[in-house]
Design a binder for this molecule. Sequence first.
Ligand code: AMP
Ligand code: GLY
Length: 443
Amino acid sequence: MKVLNVGGGAREHSIVEALSKSGAEIYSVMKNKNPGIAKASKDYVLMDECEIEKVAEWAISKGVELAIIGPESPLGEGIVDLLESKGIPCVGPSKAAAQIEISKEYARDLMKRNNIPGYVEHRAFDNLEDIRQFLEEFGRDVVVKPIGLTGGKGVKIMGEQLKDYDDVLAYCSEILENEIGGQSRLIIEERCIGEEFTLQAFCDGKTLAPMPAVQDHKRAYEGDEGPNTGGMGSYSESNWLLPFLTKEEYDQAVDIMKQTIEAMAAEGTPYKGVLYGQFMLTADGLKLIEYNARFGDPESMNVLPTLQDDFLTICKGIVDGNLSAAITFDPKATVCKYVVPIGYGVKSLVGEKIYLDEGAIKKTGAELYYASVNEEGGQIYTTSSRSLGIVGVANTISEAEFISEEALRYISGKAYMRHDIGKPESIRRKIERMEEIRGSRSA
Ligand code: AMP
Ligand code: GLY
């Protein structure tokens, strides 16, 4: 089957590898020349993925029969509606259903309207005077979010980037004036405190098929310090849970996502594709922090290498509306570490050489996924985004972590990575933090 892959990051490289295992013939559209995707594809074109008319034209010229959309931006442009109008079914939501990620206001309003558990109190604003009044009454710590997409960098939190209400007002004014996220509008919501995790699920509009839980690390530096990034690395357990996450909490998260897709179907915007829920375990229980309308990056690299079922069959189930609710994964733990350009999170060093020994990395048993790099004349160059994802897969998190570190020894250049991700000390801190939060629940 001829399958179109849209996107040129490590998430898309892991998608393409899963498609290859299923025997698909792959055609890829990407901005940068990702050598892993280029190698696995029958043909590829370097093109802005948001120029959806051009993407559709190219896909039709290649005779593709199915498309899978990696990143959120083309979803927001309506790539699925366009491709489907040309007879190419897509693993990805329509523009209307992608609002679950594209508009933070839509996502929160949907949960509120439908009384879905995990809702965090929020309000939308388009002027500073209303915000001032709201804050006077609210009195608690808040989080400020532009409504639209900001590449993970638009959310600011009181107690972290924002000191007090004066800082909150200054940031709100900046969003409204500069239309950060594409609109002169924002939401303010209650600040939650706790441990976060990701739950990804396949959806065909009615059925939700969840995957193992994953924990990403958003901060740039070790010990969860420094600026927020797209994600520096992530891990998963062999039993679908996380060292700080119980089966009951995992099931609650699945239930929140089920209620969400039921509500979307009932409102006439059925959701199909991969739904990504970012959750936080807090003293007040489980909260939904945000939804994404796609696989996570890095989180796709934790689940796709351990997928036991045939990926193409799952994709067909999604587009045909007969997805199986129970997808099987190898009972393995995974640790993914991202290699990123020096300066990533603030100002990346672009166009720098990254050196790697693919053969030696393979021998360690680790998976190597190329991310937003460019290949020219056999040499890899950095872009402003992440460079390489390295994934260890083993029976335990610490064995998987060891494998990822072995592989990292064969990568050099003006790049860095967080060595702490998946290390026992880092995991222990998360368990202790969660114990403290649970303790304050019963107090
Ligand atoms: P988002 O883009 O909504 O995922 O937000 C990015 C990050 O901001 C999340 O992963 C959280 O760490 C943090 N965040 C978002 N909303 C909240 C909230 N209501 N309370 C505390 N932290 C939040
Ligand atoms: N890991 C965060 C994201 O994919 O948005």
